[in-house]
Design a binder for this molecule. Structure first.
Ligand SMILES: NC(=O)c1ccc[n+]([C@@H]2O[C@H](COP(=O)([O-])OP(=O)(O)OC[C@H]3O[C@@H](n4cnc5c(N)ncnc54)[C@H](O)[C@@H]3O)[C@@H](O)[C@H]2O)c1
Length: 252
């Protein structure tokens, strides 16, 4: 029980990696706020947690809406009295050629993937600063820039993930005096609904896998174990780090 008595918020937790982050944190004793755009789906994840003996609540929260984020933080505090861990996980990846990308499409991705992380981090950090402890984990991506590979047709996504890395480093410095650690995780290709469009085309899937030395996609649970490590005291000297988990992709 590495997270006994800890309170965690996971955004984008109705499915995919957010769901497994919530399950793994709860298994280690954390009381989890499962949040996403669909309350009904969040409630199913909460049921899973409760049926394994854990504690959780479901909260509808669209991370582009500041009022909903404030409501999520309030519900977490009303129910559990504090916030120890935030996993900024909610995100979208919409493939679009750069020359055809509209301003609306650009804004939508940046609003969810980057501004949403800012709003959630700020709302939670204000509470963490009062208690002088906390952990923020930002889910970035190998498509974060400066890794020796460019990713076509997702310029907005890459910009958002690069922004997350810059923000993570800035927050690590700024929030260290409050004993708040801030780290990022950069996953490679992970088996979630987000890669469904890539999987629909076996050729592009094979081309992607050919670049991955382990020659497979990652399991969401494998990333959740890293989330657990960064959320726990086992990573007590880590802040401002970006941890890559990609089956060796960036090593090639
Ligand atoms: N799957 C991959 O290969 C991969 C690789 C690198 C990084 N990531 C990142 O991991 C995170 C989780 O993605 P996933 O792979 O589990 O995909 P996913 O599509 O299954 O999960 C994303 C979740 O975010 C939620 N979401 C979308 N817009 C939202 C909003 N406005 N407010 C709140 N929630 C919202 C969705 O409802 C969904 O539950 C994302 O940040 C993604 O960019 C995924």
């Amino acid at each position: 029980m590495q997270l006994k008595d800890k309170i965690a918020i996971v955004t984008g937790a109705r499915r995919g990696m957010g769901r497994t982050h919530a399950l793994v944190l709860a298994k280690e004793g954390a009381k989890v706020v499962v949040s996403d755009i669909s309350l009904e789906d969040c409630e199913k994840v909460v049921d899973e947690i409760k049926s394994s003996g854990g504690q959780a609540i479901a909260v509808k929260c669209d991370v582009t809406k500041k009022q909903e984020i404030e409501k999520m933080v309030k519900e977490a505090l009303d129910k559990f009295e504090k916030i120890d861990i935030l996993v900024n996980n909610a995100g979208i990846a919409e493939f679009k050629a750069f020359l055809e990308m509209t301003e609306e499409e650009w804004d939508r991705t940046l609003d969810i993937n980057l501004k949403g992380y800012f709003l959630c981090a700020q709302a939670c950090a204000k509470e963490m600063a009062k208690q002088k402890s906390g952990v923020i984990i930002n889910i970035a991506s190998v498509a974060m820039g400066q890794v020796g590979i460019g990713f076509p047709n997702i310029a907005h996504y890459c910009a958002s993930k690069g922004g997350i890395v810059g923000m993570t480093e800035a927050l690590a410095v700024e929030l260290a005096p409050y004993n708040i650690r801030v780290n990022a995780i950069a996953p490679g290709m992970i088996e979630t609904p987000m890669i469904d469009t890539i999987k629909e085309d076996p050729k592009s899937m094979e081309a992607m896998l050919a670049r991955v030395p382990m020659h497979r996609v990652g399991k969401p649970e494998e990333v959740s174990e890293l989330v657990l490590f960064l959320a726990s005291d086992k990573s007590s000297y880590m802040t401002g780090s970006v941890v890559v988990i990609d089956g060796g992709w960036l090593a090639t």
